[in-house]
Design a protein around this ligand. Sequence first.
Ligand code: F6P
Length: 322
Amino acid sequence: MAKKKIAVLTSGGDAPGMNAVVRSVVRAGIARDMQVFGVYRGYNGLLNGDVKELNLRSVSDIIGNGGTMLYTARSEEYNTPEGVQKAADYCKNNGITGVVVIGGDGSFRGARDLTNAGVNCIGIPGTIDNDIACSEYTIGFDTAMNTAVEMIDKIRDTAQSHDRCSVVEVMGRRCGDIALQVGIACGATAILVPEVKYDIERDVISRIIETQKTGKQHFIVVVAEGVGGAADLASYIEKRLKIESRATILGHVQRGGRPSLRDRVIASEMGYKAVELLSEGAGNRVIAMQNGKIVDFDITEALNMPRVFDKHLFDIARTISI
Ligand code: F6P
């Protein structure tokens, strides 16, 4: 009997740990006697036939590498009904019955469309932002936060030497999770996230004044990308409080680097689970983490779930980072 053929692709922004998922999918698929194909540059690879069979050794020595060996892209052509049909035709003509899509919400919408066009897809949350509503964890989040913490620890050294305030903007798109956890880990005097309404006088200026009264002379303010305005905030603090201030936007450094242990292990588990679902003939599912366990949801349901921000953790930060 012909072997079942599945494919794997990475889509949207890259995230550390994506390679670990690819490795897991390839090896779990081969263990189930499947043929596994790598699709290059996201959905574009299905549109232009940029697809190669991967074997056990094609994914050797990649578990610790940042980026994605399959490259990634956001495909405009795929985001049209004709594009989806073309991708589905490619799969059908080449006997590919299932595709594992590693990415964020946009990539999952593509996976839902491809499933509706007759090719079973399983989504895996791969993004540093931790912004997938159905999952308490997205692959790349831990590594990105550790990178940000390492950078801010260095920024603190120089802020301390100069008695300065450093305003640091971290990534996360519209999600404040990176800012919140990194802010706690770096002892930021103030943390601004898009999920919680803020007032600069109350939530930044007054907090700096309060800590000055207890002897603090240098300050870190962490601002989520979804709030933005780090440079303006730094100039405002400088004018308002006469504290020399600097702004740093950490940017894409947070997307690179060797994935942490947590990202490697979760990536391995999620990749394995995706192959298990495809082997059972499932499609239109997204893998998620709930209460530390790997589970799966219908993609359409998952896309409609509201995201919950950890307000309790935010309140803890406000109390202890002072
Ligand atoms: O989704 C990951 C992310 O790094 C976001 O944090 C950020 O908003 C965006 O991607 C940046 O995208 P690009 O790589 O296109 O600049």
